[in-house]
Write a protein that binds this ligand. Structure first.
Ligand code: SAM
Ligand code: CA
Length: 244
């Protein structure tokens, strides 16, 4: 849904990534000019399969997938982690970016949705890079921290799961990612609700997680162990580069 404001701009009223841009048309322009013409066939196929799934609101958008793929190549990532897989669009964007001996430790409490995307990932020839673990991510991180050889071993982590745990993930991930490595937190603008007045109408889940997102953003901004950068891509991605 779009409406005109006083300046005559068409602005999205719905929740979702597009509300962060000036207009629907601008977002469509980005997709059609830069993203879709270069989207790998496997990612297109997975995007179309995911679009038919009832929870498709959760998927990473195609422009964000393109961004992740580029970022991973720019930093020469090899050992990576993803928390929150769903049908695997961001996972596939990652798997396609890594070298053949690259690794992704991928965690989700729901294996069923991962299995929707798995045949596409297999067909793309990148499934061997993925170590999927079904279950909550926090205990896996705690277990990894116990073994010192895992400390500083990850080049990149994409966090896209339960927003009320991001702070808990952050504490652990700072030990697991190497100095110079990157943690990317997804949905840090939370449908634009981070600037909504407390009494503004909001969907229940937006309202529920909003305080956690606000708390995370403040904590990241005050954390001297990282450099940060907020990108208004998708629903907002915060890149954190570990510096100590
Ligand atoms: N990155 C995915 C993509 O590109 O399609 C989207 C992930 S979706 C927004 C969030 C996922 O986090 C869901 O699939 C959900 O099952 C998972 N999740 C929720 N709580 C979790 C937890 N404690 N540990 C691991 N995964 C969790
Ligand atoms: Ca997300």
């Amino acid at each position: 849904m779009a409406s005109e404001n006083q300046n005559g701009d068409r602005r999205h009223q719905e929740v979702g990534h597009k509300s962060l841009l000036q207009s629907d048309e601008l977002y469509q322009y980005i997709l059609e000019t830069t993203v879709y013409p270069r989207e790998p066939e496997a990612m297109k196929e997975l995007r179309e399969i995911t679009a038919k799934h009832p929870w498709n609101l959760m998927t990473t958008s195609a422009d964000e997938g393109q961004f992740l793929n580029m970022l991973l190549k720019l930093i020469n990532a090899k050992n990576t982690m993803e928390i929150g897989v769903y049908t695997g669009y961001s996972l596939l964007a990652t798997a396609l970016a890594l070298p053949d001996d690259g690794k992704i430790l991928a965690m989700d409490i729901n294996r069923e949705n991962y299995e929707i995307g798995l045949p596409v990932i297999q067909k793309a020839g990148v499934a061997h890079k993925i170590d999927f673990r079904e279950g909550p991510a926090l205990p896996v991180l705690d277990q990894m921290i116990e073994d010192e050889k895992n400390h500083g071993s990850f080049d990149f982590v994409f966090v896209d799961a339960d927003k009320d745990n991001y702070i808990n993930y952050h504490k652990r991930l700072l030990e697991l990612v190497r100095v110079g490595g990157v943690i990317a937190y997804d949905n840090t603008l939370w449908s634009g609700s981070v600037v909504a007045p407390p009494d503004a109408p909001m969907r229940k889940y937006i309202r529920y997680y909003r305080d956690f997102v606000l708390e995370l953003n403040n904590a990241l901004a005050a954390d001297p162990r990282i450099e940060i950068c907020q990108l208004p891509v998708g629903d907002g991605v915060t890149l954190c580069r570990r510096i100590k």
